[in-house]
Every structure is written in C-alpha cells, then in structure tokens.
Design a binder for this molecule. Structure first.
Ligand SMILES: [Zn+2]
Length: 453
C-alpha cells in the first residue's frame, strides 16, 4: 500500500493504497457536496504574519511547523510556513468574501496534503510528517448553527467510518486541555484497535468567534448590525487507512471491507494445456457478468504464476472474495468461492453468481463491523480508583471510564504510570455525582482513558 520515502517520516502511497484512499475520498466528498459544501484549493505556503494573528493556533502548531527561512525573492519578504492546517489562510479569505447574512452559511472544503514536521515514531499511514486529508471550513451565523454544523460533520464521519470502513466508532469531546488550538469545542470519533489502543479517526471543531475576531470575519445581519461569524473546521486523514489495516488485518495480510476494496472479487482460473480454452472462456464470461453487474473484478490469468502464488498475493492485498475456476467447475456449471476474512470455501451455481457474490459481500461487510463493534463494546470498563484504572489498562487495554474533576494533573497520574490519556469525554457534559476517582474533588466529567495512537 505504501513504501518508505527518501525523507524520514514521509511515505510513498502505492496504487493499492491510493485506490483505498480514493474510495474514502469519493464517498465522503459525495456526502458533503450533497450538503452544499464547495471544494476549493488553498496554497501550501502560509506567511508567518498570517499564522501570528491567532495566538493559540500559532502556539499550538509552532513546534510542528516546517519553515522556509529564506524565501529569497523580491516578492516574499517574510518567513513562510508549510501548512500544518489552513485556518490561517482560509479565515482571511472568508473575511474578504463574507459581507452579509445572505452569504451565510459559508461552507468550503479542500482535499490536500499538510505537514507536521516534528513527528517522532513515524509509521506509514499512522504517523507521518506529511499526510493527505480533507479540511472543511465553515462560517455560520451564531454559536448554535456552528455547533450543529460541527456535529453534522462528526455524524458523517461516524457514518463513513462505520459503513465504509466497517469500523465502529464512539463519538466524544476532547478534554479542555487537548482541544484543537483556538477551538471552543473539539469533538472526536474514536475506535478501539485489536491491540487495545484507541485511534482518533477524525475531529470536528466549533471554533466559536476566536478566528473571526482574529481575522475579521464579520457580516451585516438583517438589522444592518455588524456581527462576528462563528466558524468550524473538521478533518479526516490518510490515518483512516492505518486504522483500516489494523482493525481487520490478519497474519495473511490485509482484510478489506467490500465497500472500500479496490477489487472486490478476484477470479483465479486453473488450467492445463488441454483445458486452457474452456477454463479461460468460462472465467472470462463470469468476470464480464460480474463487471456488468457493477462489481470491481480482477481476472488473474497471468501465465507465469501458479495458483498458489496468486492466492497468497490476493490474500495479502485483502480482496474479499476469491473465485477459483478449474475444469471441474466448468464441467459442473459451478464456482468455488473463498471468503478472505473467514477462509471459508463454498461452491455455488454459476448461474447465480451475481446474486451470490452480492450476498457474500454484504454479509462480509456486516460481519467485519459487527466483530470490531463487539470487541469495542466489551472493552469499555469502569474503574473506581486510579490503581484499578492502571490495572485494567495494563491487563486488558481498551477504555477505562472514571469520574474526573477536569484537572490535567489527574490525567498525568494515570498517564505517567501506564501511558494512557483521556481520549474523550461524553459529547454532552454528564451529571457526575461521584467525586474524581483520582483526587477526590468534585467530579465534572466521565473520562475515557486509553492508550492511544
Ligand atoms: Zn481530580
């Protein structure tokens, strides 16, 4: 799916990986453009003075910025940063374009790359210096609309990740100290990976008027009064592919859910000289029929590779269904199918191939989501003390929930010992009646602790 690049921490995305990303991209793009979000493109480079306008943003991203120190041209007189995110170039654009309440809501998106230079422990798709993402940016009339917009996108992330990637998610908020720089509220979709660690799949931020005030995004309301717009931003990245690989993969390689697999069915014909014509003819007809029905099909009729080699290669790539066709299948008018996730083999009638493949793919999609969801549900545990929380994290991984006072110092108590953070708190602030399990002060939140990526 990917290869290492000359600059450490970057990756070369290969065709199979890119095809998966394109399916994620196309699916989500269709969801947001149906909602009226317009795609745009903004430059990779951001002048230092633009970043400086929103102090929290600059402070939050400063350690991660890659700079062009000496632009060395007559037109460029200041330091230029490579974008880590684009609020600081999109907000001034919005300030320029938005005049009246009639211009709101103002909703745009870009598919682009971003750079977070200071990243350690890099792993392809999981943590890379440069990655691909989409960043949506909107301006709304008031806080209520901004919050609705942020939640609409979070819900679309849930839908995308569960229905397309077959990974169940939990929606939540980031604790105050872990919000996006400059945000009022940061919400997240988290999933549990088989190794017991949580992965942040996407985030959606209500930025309040912080960016509007910094960049002057105002509009005239119906009474000709000038008001600040409320902005949001939201993003998912190529890290979704990292989660996909971990969530479903096994010892034989990838297991791709049918909705996102670049090829859903691979047909492997097995022939000798005297059966070549009949087997290949039969295999081609099956491939054509499946393709006509809309499936993504590969017919692997390479002559210089044996069936065993082909089976391994397509298993490694995670193709959901393999159909084997030899002289016996031709003679009996049947097909032999093998399911990638379970390894189960079955024979079915050649004439029923379209219906049968559809049923198998649907069943596999449901099965993958159900398995991961069940694993996730079974791994949310309550703890009544810091010691109990540490014990659970060490023994089982997963999520540990506890009443928490909201103080970052209490998180450190767990984090320093077992490397688990508060990955989220519930979306709506809960009524917490028990004291903080760590310090005994009044409980403010239910914290979800987990080791995370
Ligand atoms: Zn506490």
């Amino acid at each position: 799916m990917a290869d290492y690049a000359p600059v450490a921490g970057c990756m070369i995305i290969e065709p199979w990986g890119m095809a998966v990303w394109e399916r994620i991209r196309d699916t989500f793009d269709a969801m947001i453009t149906a909602d009226g979000v317009k795609n745009m493109y903004f430059p990779l480079f951001i002048p230092e003075s633009y970043l400086e306008k929103e102090a929290d943003l600059l402070e939050g991203f400063l350690p991660e910025l890659a700079w062009i120190e000496e632009p060395d041209t007559e037109d460029v007189q200041e330091k230029i940063a490579v974008r880590p995110t684009s609020e600081s170039v999109i907000a001034p654009y919005m300030a320029d374009k938005i005049r009246s309440y009639r211009d709101l809501p103002f909703r745009i998106n870009q598919w682009a790359n971003v750079v977070r230079w200071e990243v350690t422990d890099t792993t392809p798709f999981m943590r890379t210096r440069e990655f691909l993402w989409q960043e949506g940016h909107t301006a709304e009339r008031d806080n209520e609309e901004a919050q609705e917009e942020a939640m609409r996108r979070l819900e679309q992330y849930r839908e995308l990740i569960e229905n397309t990637l077959a990974i169940s998610v939990m929606k939540g908020r980031k604790p105050e100290h872990d919000k996006f720089p400059g945000a009022e509220i940061t919400t997240t979709v988290e999933s549990l990976m088989p190794d017991g660690r949580s992965i942040q799949n996407g985030t959606s931020h209500n930025l309040g008027t912080n960016f509007s005030k910094a960049y002057g995004i105002t509009y005239m309301d119906e009474n000709e009064e000038e008001r600040y717009a409320y902005t949001t931003s939201w993003g998912i990245t190529t890290r979704l592919i990292g989660g996909l690989i971990m969530a479903h993969g096994d010892d034989q390689g990838l297991v791709l859910p049918p909705t996102v697999a670049p090829k859903q069915v691979v047909i492997v014909p097995i022939w000798r000289d005297d059966t070549e014509e009949s087997v290949l003819g039969y295999a081609n007809e099956v491939a054509d029929e499946l393709e006509d029905a809309g499936f993504r099909v590969e017919l692997d009729d390479r002559e210089h590779r044996g069936p065993g080699y082909k089976f391994n290669e397509w298993e490694l790539k995670g193709v959901p269904i393999r159909i084997e066709i030899g002289p016996n299948e031709v003679e009996d008018g049947v097909l032999t199918g093998v399911h990638r996730d379970t390894g189960e083999t079955e024979q079915f009638e050649r004439d029923e191939v379209v219906d049968h493949v559809q049923q198998d793919l649907d069943a596999m999609q449901d099965r993958l989501l159900e398995q991961q969801k069940q694993f996730q549900d079974e791994n949310v545990r309550e703890a009544e003390s810091a010691d109990e929380a540490k014990e659970i994290i060490t023994e089982h991984g997963g999520y540990v929930t506890m009443p928490w006072c909201g103080n970052e110092g209490c998180e450190a108590e767990i984090k320093d010992d077992v490397a688990a953070d508060i990955v989220m708190v519930p979306l709506k602030p809960p009524v917490v009646e028990s004291p903080c399990s760590i310090c005994g002060a009044d409980g403010e939140e239910i914290a979800y602790f987990a080791r995370n990526y």
